[in-house]
Design a binder for this molecule. Structure first.
Ligand SMILES: NC(=O)c1ccc[n+]([C@@H]2O[C@H](COP(=O)([O-])OP(=O)(O)OC[C@H]3O[C@@H](n4cnc5c(N)ncnc54)[C@H](OP(=O)(O)O)[C@@H]3O)[C@@H](O)[C@H]2O)c1
Length: 270
């Protein structure tokens, strides 16, 4: 049901996955199980979400999953990255991870190149099937292009109709990096906009389905989060309709640069 997108090393990622940011450890296994039952095969977590163990409970023994986790800022650096990876894998109870991301560049700390060197080792050792980054802007990506043989497979960035990231999407296409959209629903903030509710009425879909369908048609990988079973099911039920070009334009016109999260150039928390 969910299309697969090829990464630059041939590994394939489901175009729609399930995000678990802000889902407490004691609720996450239930939410992930509901998602798997609804047809999701890709789960996006992070060491910083403090719910990798619960995700591990839900995915144990389930075949054909694509699991992403992320290295937190305080673990950047060569040796600390290798240690943090082992800890994430212990919590997730995986032998091989599908996708490992540097969560934020934290540019003032200037550790992301050392971190990428460790990511390349994990990849070369077969511990992870693909390596990528998150929240990287062009200058951060450029240092990796200049200093390393491996181009990130994915850049996971904040992206939704209020923050459409056209420039970053162009950079990604040039370098064969897949664009993965975090907070694809702007954490719900845009679902009441008349442009979105009008399209929902026109297509007989919900506002969230309209926004997620827009992402799919742009070519983004998308990872909506919900702890509400009917929404979890609704968010994957978007492959039976198509937005017309004029309606894609209606959504394109909502771009106003609004972020729900921090600006990666200034976020240096460890
Ligand atoms: N790399 C990064 O730095 C980064 C940063 C943020 C997020 N992420 C990833 O991206 C994922 C998604 O982002 P997000 O969690 O920030 O926000 P989101 O997916 O844009 O929105 C989640 C919010 O929307 C609500 N919602 C979900 N489906 C809905 C529907 N069909 N109708 C109405 N409301 C709905 C959810 O409510 P309920 O849960 O109450 O149903 C929740 O409050 C995260 O879980 C995480 O995996 C990555």
């Amino acid at each position: 049901m969910v299309p697969l997108i090829s990464l630059n090393n041939g590994v394939r990622i489901p175009q729609l996955g399930f995000g678990v940011f802000q889902v407490p450890e004691d609720q996450v296994a239930g939410a992930v199980t509901t998602a798997i039952e609804a047809g999701y095969r890709s789960i996006d977590t992070a060491a910083a979400y403090r719910n990798e163990s619960g995700v591990g409970d839900a995915i144990a023994g389930v075949p054909d999953l694509f699991i992403t986790t992320k290295l937190w800022n305080s673990d950047q650096g060569y040796d600390s990255t290798l240690r943090a990876f082992d800890e994430s894998m212990r919590r997730l109870r995986r032998d091989v991870l599908d996708l490992y991301l540097i969560h934020w560049p934290t540019p003032q700390r200037n550790l992301y190149t050392e971190t990428w060197r460790a990511f390349e080792k994990l990849y070369a050792d077969g511990r992870v099937r693909a390596i990528g980054v998150s929240n990287f802007h062009t200058p951060h990506l450029q240092r990796l292009f200049d200093e390393f043989p491996t181009t990130p497979a994915v850049n996971q960035i904040e992206l939704h109709p209020l923050l459409q990231q056209e420039e970053m999407r162009k950079v990604h296409v040039t370098h064969r990096i897949v664009t993965e959209a975090w907070s694809p629903l702007a954490q719900g903030a845009l679902l009441g906009r008349v442009e979105i509710t009008g399209l929902a009425e026109k297509y007989g879909k919900t506002p969230a389905q309209i926004v997620l369908r827009w992402h799919i048609q742009l070519g983004n990988v998308v990872i909506p989060k919900s702890v509400t079973p009917y929404r979890i099911k609704e968010n994957i039920d978007i492959f039976d309709f198509e937005l017309a070009p004029d309606d894609m334009t209606v959504i394109a016109e909502l771009d106003n640069g609004t972020r729900t999260g921090p600006d990666p150039d200034r976020f240096n928390v460890a």
